[in-house]
Design a protein around this ligand. Sequence first.
Ligand code: PFF
Length: 447
Amino acid sequence: MAQRESWATRTGFILAAVGSAVGLGNIWRFPYQVGEYGGAAFLVVYLLLIAFVGFPVMLVEFSIGRYTERNPVGALKQIGKGISSKIGWVFVVAGFVILSYYSVVAGWILQYIVIGLQGNYAASGAATQFGATTGGLPSVLTHAIFMAAVIGIVALGIQDGIELSVKLMVPAIIALLVGLAVYAGTLSGAGDAYAYYLSPDLGAIASNWTEILPAAAAQAFFTLSLGMGVMITYASYLGEDRNLAKDGAIIVGLDTLIAFIAGLVAFPVLFTANLTETTDGPGFIFVSLSEAFSSIPFGGILGAVFFATVAIAALSSAISIMEVVVSYLIDEHGIARVPAVTALGIAIFLVGVPVAYDQSGSLVWLTVYDGLANQILLILGGLLLAIFVGWVQTDLGLEELSKGFRNLGSWGMVWIWTLRIPVIVLLLVVLWYNASNVYESLVGIFG
Ligand code: PFF
């Protein structure tokens, strides 16, 4: 059998993981969630969850990936027994579904780059403009273009495809966002926007925690690319000597910083356009933000740069999801990379067509795909892994974590006990709330 691929450098691995983490989640989902759940109050809960739930679960994925040097299905088959050996399937199914609609949304972003370059963001009727973008053949076409880019990069392999492309994409995302944030800081609404974004109302957290907590936890998982086997897969291409906790801390830190900077772009733009009552959900950047761009100085070009940044970020995330399913076909079925990527790419494209073509006007298919995969499968995947390493394969986890440390000391047990009770209880609560939300929205659509 051909030798398994690996990263050329430590930076390559870190950038690939950051590229996966930074995506639509940071630039589209994060600011809208902050807006929806009370500004800085949400930010505080989210930061706590990133540190005490997201980071420990990321280390679980890293240790399983590096120990087994396998794709998620193969990894769990190797170290799990009975039912636990089947956990990896959750990831492959989730990857398939998530990428199919992630690519559709990314395709809309491509359309919004063009609209911006033409100086055509709608000053009124932004919702109608968004409605014309989604659905029908143009949306299927841009979905196809985005999937073709994903296939092209992943077909080139770990070092020549993923590693090389993230070395260009991640610095570009950071530079563009920082530039946009600096410009946004000069806008007239910046002061009010910062006040809203940065001063937490602790009373709001206490009175509203049953909404804030599940939303912040789902956001933490989504943004860190957890519960989907991406970090298992990426760590499976990693050497023995790396300190997983240190790499994880860098990845979590950069992802959080970039989400924070995205807020420093979005809120001043919105406040300057007096659009504090924003459209939530998929419409946030497409409706509220594009409408805001239409009324600020240099809005068209600025919007095009903004959407281009989002497109790059979406691409560096999409390739990571693709790699999860591709590594499964390569490892478990011995299929060569290029045919594996091509076949999967076409299949995922087809699965996404209902979302892309959807002319219901209310994004019904997007809601269904997102609800099932994102709010349920991701959290379920993370929960199962936390139980597995917290209670079953504790020694394996501790052994992997201690590599690259001179002396891990009692930190290993702090990690295990964090997984054992707080992380598991919290994820169960979140899964409960999300499942009932998804159920209600499905009944609303089909019932
Ligand atoms: N972390 C990505 C984002 O914030 O957009 C989305 C994502 C990528 C989620 C990979 C899950 C995943 F496995």
